[in-house]
Design a protein around this ligand. Structure first.
Ligand code: BES
Ligand code: MN
Ligand code: ZN
Length: 500
C-alpha cells in the first residue's frame, strides 16, 4: 500500500472516500463537523436517526454526500472522547481500513489521524496509522490455489495532519511506519510458511535475498562444517536428530558514522519443534512451525532498519535447525559441550531453544557488543504468565530493560519485566555436567532466562520470551510480526539514530 501525507479540508478532497470520526455519544469530530456543514447538516441528520452512535470501531458508509467532492464519506466510531487513547486510535484505524479494503474504493483520505490521542504527537499517530493499515490488509495466500482475491483492494491511503507545519514530521513518521510494516510483513511471511518449506536452508536463502535487496546488509550463512569448527556443540546436538542441515545466519549492517559497537539481535530459529525424544503431545503441534518467530522478528527488524537507513551498527544472528526425534537424536541425559566450554546435561530435549541460543550468544562476544537482545518463543510458561498481550522481558541491566519496555509502550508492542534473581538459578544444578537445561516446572520462563544468563556475562543483555505474542491461534491463526515494532523503535533511540 502507498501512503501520502496531506493537510486540508475533508469536504474539498477529490477522493473515492473521505474517512471522518464520530465520538460516542453522537458527537462529531472536527472533520465530521466540516463535512456536516458543507452538506447542510446531512451528517447530523443521519446521526439523529440513530444509524451511527459513535461506538468504537463501528462504521457507516455514505455515498454522494452533497457539498463534498468525494464519492463516499465513511463515518467511523471513535468511542468516548475522553477514553480515546493508543488502543482506541488503532482500533478505529483498523476498522476503517478493513472496511475500505472491501469497498470499491482503491484509494481514500483518512482524517482520523487528526484526532488528539493522549500523550501522543502527530508523528506517533501517522506511524501507527501506517503500521495498523498494513497489518489490517495483510494476507498469507501463496499456498492457496484460488486466493480469496479482494476485488478492489485499497492501494493508496492519504493521511491527514492538522497543519501544514506537521507535514515534514508526518512524512518521516510515514516512512518509519512503512519500514516497520514491511519488517512485520517479512516476519509474518516467514512465520506462516510451513516447516516443509521454511527449513533452515530456506531461512538462509531468505537472509541472502534480504542482503541482495538491501546492499548495506552483509549476509553470511554458515553450514555444518563451519558450525562444527566454531565448536557450537550445544546447537549441533539439537540439529543432529534432523535430516535438514542446520544453518547459522550472520547479518551485519554497519552504518553508524562513528566507530560505535554494534547492537546484536539473536533470534531462535527452530523451524519445527517436535520436542525431540521428549516428544510433544499431538494436539496443536502444528503451532511449532512458529518456533522460528524469534528469527523472523530479528530478520524483520533488520529489514526495517535497512529500509530506514538508520545510522547505527546492527548485527543479527540466527541459529536455525529442526528439533526432531530420530535414531540420531540427542537423548535425555546426554551431556554436550557448548561453544563457551560449559557442559550441559540435556534433561529434556524439548528445552531446545536455549541450547541453540546459548552458542549464538557466545558467538556474539566477538562483536564486543553495546548490547545483545535475544528473541525467542522459548517457554509455554510464558503464555501462562502474560497471555497473548505482553512478551516477557529479562535483563542483566535494568536501564536496558527500561529502554525496551519504553520502546514497547511507544510501539504498542509491549513487554513486561520478570526477575532474573540468583535465587532462581539453583534449579539448574546437575550431577553430571556444569548445569542442566531445565529446572522443573515452577517459574519455567525465568529458569530458562537463567540458563541463557550463564552465556551473557560479558555484555549487557536482554531476553524477550515471545511465546505468547508471536502468533495467534484459532480463526485468526497466524504470525503477528511481533516484536519487530518494539525492536525497531528501540534501535531508533540508539546512538546516532536517537535524533531522528
Ligand atoms: N517452543 C517451545 C515453547 C513454546 C510453547 C512456544 C508453546 C510457543 C508455544 C519450547 O521449545 C519448549 O518446548 N519449551 C518447553 C520447556 C520445558 C521442557 C522446560 C515448554 O515450555 O514446555
Ligand atoms: Mn521445545
Ligand atoms: Zn521450541
Amino acid at each position: 500500500m502507498e501512503f501520502t501525507i496531506k493537510s486540508g479540508s475533508p469536504e474539498k478532497q477529490r477522493s473515492a472516500c473521505v474517512v471522518v470520526g464520530v465520538f460516542d455519544n453522537r458527537k462529531l469530530s472536527l472533520s465530521a463537523e466540516l463535512v456536516d456543514r458543507a452538506s447542510n447538516g446531512y451528517i447530523s441528520e443521519i446521526i439523529r436517526r440513530g444509524d451511527m452512535e459513535g461506538k468504537l470501531g463501528s462504521t457507516l458508509l455514505l455515498h454522494n454526500v452533497r457539498g463534498t467532492l468525494a464519492d463516499r464519506v465513511l463515518l467511523v466510531g471513535l468511542g468516548k472522547e475522553r477514553d480515546f487513547r493508543d488502543k482506541e486510535f488503532r482500533a478505529a484505524i483498523r476498522a476503517a481500513v478493513k472496511l475500505l479494503n472491501e469497498t470499491g474504493s482503491y484509494e481514500a483520505v483518512i482524517y482520523l489521524t487528526e484526532e488528539k490521542v493522549k500523550r501522543r504527537e502527530v508523528a506517533w499517530r501517522i506511524e501507527h496509522a501506517v503500521v495498523v493499515a498494513m497489518d489490517a490488509v495483510y494476507r498469507y495466500e501463496r499456498l492457496k490455489s484460488d486466493p480469496t482475491e479482494v476485488r478492489r483492494p485499497l492501494r493508496k491511503l492519504t493521511l491527514s495532519v492538522p497543519q501544514r507545519s506537521d507535514l515534514a514530521d508526518g512524512e518521516r513518521a510515514a516512512l518509519h511506519g512503512v519500514a516497520t510494516g514491511h519488517g512485520m510483513e517479512f516476519a509474518r511471511d516467514l512465520g506462516n510458511t510451513p516447516a516443509n518449506i521454511c527449513t533452515p536452508t530456506y531461512l538462509g536463502e531468505q537472509a541472502l535475498a534480504l542482503g541482495r535487496q538491501f546492499p548495506d546488509v552483509k549476509v553470511s550463512v554458515l553450514e555444518r562444517p563451519q558450525i562444527e569448527e566454531l565448536k557450537m556443540g550445544s546447537f549441533l546436538s539439537v540439529a543432529q536428530g534432523s535430516d535438514e542441515p542446520p544453518r547459522f545466519l550472520v547479518l551485519e549492517y554497519m552504518q553508524s558514522p562513528r566507530k560505535t559497537k554494534p547492537v546484536v539481535l539473536v533470534g531462535k530459529g527452530i523451524t519445527f519443534d517436535t520436542g525431540g525424544i521428549s516428544l510433544k503431545p499431538a494436539a496443536d503441534m502444528d503451532h511449532m512451525k512458529f518456533d522460528m518467530c524469534g528469527a523472523a522478528a530479528v530478520l524483520g527488524t533488520m529489514r526495517a532498519i535497512a529500509e530506514i537507513k538508520a545510522p547505527i551498527n546492527l548485527v543479527v544472528l540466527v541459529p536455525a535447525c529442526e528439533n526432531m526425534p530420530s535414531g540420531h537424536a540427542v537423548k535425555p541425559g546426554d551431556v554436550v559441550t557448548s561453544m563457551s566450554g560449559q557442559t550441559i546435561e540435556n534433561l529434556n530435549t524439548d528445552a531446545e531453544g536455549r541450547l541453540i541460543l546459548c552458542d549464538a550468544l557466545t558467538y556474539a562476544e566477538r562483536y564486543e557488543p553495546e548490547a545483545v537482545v535475544d528473541v525467542a518463543t522459548l517457554t509455554g510458561a510464558m503464555v501462562i504468565a502474560l497471555g497473548h498481550v505482553a512478551c516477557g522481558v529479562f535483563s542483566n541491566n535494568d536501564a536496558l530493560a527500561r529502554a525496551l519496555l519504553q520502546a514497547g509502550d511507544d510501539a504498542y508492542d509491549r513487554g513486561w519485566q520478570l526477575p532474573l534473581w540468583d535465587d532462581y538459578q539453583e534449579g539448574l544444578a546437575s550431577n553430571f555436567a556444569d548445569f542442566a537445561n531445565v529446572a522443573g516446572r515452577a517459574g519455567g520462563s525465568i529458569t530458562a532466562a537463567c540458563f541463557l544468563s550463564r552465556f551473557t556475562r560479558k555484555y549487557d543483555w536482554a531476553h524477550l520470551d515471545i511465546a505468547g505474542v508471536a502468533y495467534k491461534e484459532g480463526k485468526e491463526k497466524g504470525a503477528t510480526g511481533r516484536p519487530v515494532a518494539m525492536l525497531t523503535r528501540w534501535l531508533l533511540t540508539q546512538g546516532d539514530a536517537a535524533v531522528s
